[in-house]
Structure formats: C-alpha cells, structure tokens
Design a protein around this ligand. Structure first.
Ligand SMILES: Cc1cc2nc3c(=O)[nH]c(=O)nc-3n(C[C@H](O)[C@H](O)[C@H](O)COP(=O)(O)OP(=O)(O)OC[C@H]3O[C@@H](n4cnc5c(N)ncnc54)[C@H](O)[C@@H]3O)c2cc1C
Ligand code: SF4
Length: 338
C-alpha cells in the first residue's frame, strides 16, 4: 500500500448558516467548490488526494436543511437529516417504513449517525479503480479498467452499462424511487423539483456523474407523497458481510393489493446499473395478478432480460431474478438458486 508523506492539498473551508448563503457560495465558486454533508464520502476523496477542490462548502451549520416535516401531501425530509433520524422517526416508521428499513441497513450505526440522506443519494461510485485514482472514463480518461478479462468487476453492472460499468452504491435511493419521492434542488436559475427516478443518471447521459447535480446546485429536501403511505413494502439488501458493507444488490418495492391481486406497484433494483433501475416492464406485467410465487417467478425472469454479465459477476443475474421474485411473491428460497 502506498505511503503518503505529503499533507493534503489545502482548501478553504466555508461554513454557511443558511440555504441562501450556501447557494450564493456554490454559485460564486462553481466547479471549484465541493459540497460537504456528513463527509463520509467526501473525506475519502480528499484524504486520498483524488479530488482537490479549492473550497469546501460545509452544510453542517444550515439548520434549514435538517429535519422531517409532515406536509399536506406527505412528508418532507431536509437533505442534511441523518440516516439515524430517518430510521427512528415515528411517522416514517409508521407510513413509509420502506425508507426506514433501507436506511437502517446502511453501513454501521456510526456511519448512519453522521451520514445524511442528501449525501447518501448523492454519493459517488465505489469502483476500486476510480476510487484509487486510476484515469478511467469516469475520471475523465478513455479506458475502463474494470471491464477487462482480468478486471475486478464482481460488484459491477449487468445492465445499461455504457463504457463505465460502475454501479450506484446507495441503499436509500431505490426506496425513494419506489415511494415516488421528489427531489428539491436549488440551482442558480431557481428551484427545480424532479422525480427521484430522474435524479439518477447513467453513463449514457454523463459518464462522470451519478446524478443530475451540476456545479452550483444544492439538493435541499426530499418529498415523499402520501400516495404510497402504508402500502405493502419489501426491502432486501444482499452484501458480502452483514455489517458495514455496501449492497451487492438490493430491491425495494411498494405494492397496493386488493384481496390477493396487485393493484399498483413500484419496484426498483440498485446495484445492477449505474443508476437505480425502476422495473417498469415488471410493474406492468404483474398488475392485476396474484401476489404469489408464480407471479414472482415470472417477474424475476422479466427483470433480468437483457442482462450482460462481466467476467466475475454472473452471479448477479440469478441474484436479481430472485430478489425481484421475493419482493413480489414473498418466497423465502435460497438466493443462489438459478
Ligand atoms: C465504510 C462505509 C460504508 C458504507 N456503507 C454504505 C452502505 O452500506 N449503504 C449505503 O447506502 N451507503 C453506504 N455508505 C455511504 C454512507 O452511508 C453515506 O451516505 C455517504 O458516504 C454520504 O453521506 P454523507 O452525508 O457523509 O455525504 P458526503 O460524503 O458529505 O457527500 C457525498 C456526496 O454528495 C454530495 N452532497 C451531499 N449533500 C449534498 C447536497 N445537499 N447537495 C448537493 N450535493 C450534496 C457531496 O458533494 C458528495 O459528492 C458507506 C460509507 C462508508 C464510509
Ligand atoms: S467501471 Fe467506471 S469507474 Fe470503474 S474503472 Fe470502469 S470507467 Fe472507471
């Protein structure tokens, strides 16, 4: 392992006290500024000397960005609300349990105490090569080191890869898409509210980013409408170790059922592509069908259509098929059965 003897490159630390002040600083410094929330992803990049911003805009003093509020249409969660607060919040536990379950499976208690919802959905890819400073496509170069016969690609994408095969690492992101959340973004041109699904992008849109945020933008809040409050939820995360580990893949679904029939459903998988994938073909295919093992089986097969494995991640195809199957049919079978 390399020994780093020099000190970290210097940056100016700016600590705004309001959204307006934060936004002003982000506009002023543009691409030279780095937004810092809980710092868990940010500090890795800075300490490894891979990202070298001139200024750090630390949001920890912006109280307007913190907290969970009930609104007429549902709830609004400030971007700087910690994952622990989300896990513990009575209204989220009662009506939007899917998000509490996803947040509770993120990393460790210490990381959830410090990590924020805004940071969790905006965190960068965890590809070894990119995190190690290799000059790959995502870093602005013209090669993917993971997509080679000997590349370390066990954790990488099986769907919608385009030159870069990294995946989105967030556990809260698929739950928010399943809950049909909206992301509130302050941009230099004014406020923009986008569907959770639109917040995340793949390499076909921009290979250097996992979300739509541009320099100068600030994610301020996430709104969850009441349309799915109290629905039948399913969240499952598969990881190598049962603590302190990122998902190899996860599934989040919200389902409204009449009798045993599926009326409405939103189902999302993360860890299969560079963005959390909403499985619209599955949603359409299972509508009106019984929520049972047979429907789950059919849904799982549809979900993996078009999947292309890399050298070391073939296992992700049966994994995804079975996660979708279990989300719909609730079948408790061995995950590795193909
Ligand atoms: C050891 C370890 C294990 C982990 N395991 C998991 C896991 O299992 N599942 C999981 O989902 N996550 C996991 N994480 C990620 C972690 O949970 C945090 O959510 C994540 O690192 C970022 O949250 P943060 O609040 O610290 O944000 P930061 O690190 O400060 O920010 C992350 C990114 O988001 C941007 N950003 C943050 N807030 C805003 C905002 N309001 N507006 C615009 N941009 C913003 C920052 O500029 C930065 O690029 C893990 C992290 C570590 C270190
Ligand atoms: S998968 Fe993406 S992030 Fe990883 S080496 Fe390839 S281009 Fe870079």
């Amino acid at each position: 392992m390399a020994v780093i003897r020099d000190v970290m490159p210097a940056f100016e630390l700016l600590q705004p006290g309001s959204i307006a002040e934060a936004q002003h600083l982000l506009e002023q410094y543009g691409a030279d500024a780095w937004v810092m929330a809980g710092g868990l992803d940010s500090f890795d990049w800075l300490k490894d000397r891979i990202k070298k911003p001139k200024v750090l805009v630390d949001l920890s003093g912006v109280s307007e960005l913190k907290g969970i509020r009930a609104t007429g249409e549902g709830i609004e969660i400030g971007a700087m609300t910690t994952l622990t607060e989300i896990v513990k919040h009575p209204l989220i536990r009662e009506k939007y349990r899917l998000l509490a379950e996803a947040a509770e499976l993120v990393a460790s208690p210490q990381i959830r105490n410090q990590g924020t919802l805004g940071g969790n959905v905006s965190q960068d890819a965890r590809c070894w090569y990119y995190r190690g400073g290799w000059p790959c496509y995502r870093a602005g170069g013209n090669i993917c080191y993971a997509d080679t016969p000997t590349g370390r690609n066990r954790e990488h994408a099986i769907l919608h890869a385009e030159r870069c095969v990294a995946v989105n690492p967030s556990d809260s992101a698929p739950a928010l898409i399943a809950l049909d959340a909206r992301f509130v973004i302050r941009t230099p041109k004014g406020e923009r509210v986008v569907d959770a699904e639109e917040y995340f992008i793949g390499p076909d849109v921009d290979i250097t980013r996992l979300n739509i945020l541009q320099p100068g933008d600030l994610l301020t809040a996430i709104r969850i409408p009441s349309a799915w409050a109290g629905a039948q939820f399913y969240f499952e995360k598969v990881r190598d170790r049962n603590v302190w580990d990122f998902s190899l893949m996860n599934v989040a679904s919200a389902m409204a059922v009449s009798g045993d029939r599926i009326d409405r459903i939103r189902i999302v998988v993360n860890g299969a592509a560079a963005r959390p994938l909403r499985l619209k073909a599955v949603e359409e295919a299972v509508r009106g069908k019984a929520a049972n093992a047979e429907t789950g089986e059919m849904a799982g097969k549809i979900a993996v259509q078009g999947a292309v494995p890399l050298q070391f991640n073939l296992y992700k195809i049966p994994l995804m098929r079975n996660l979708v199957k279990r989300a719909i049919g609730g079948v408790q079978e061995a995950l590795w059965v193909s």
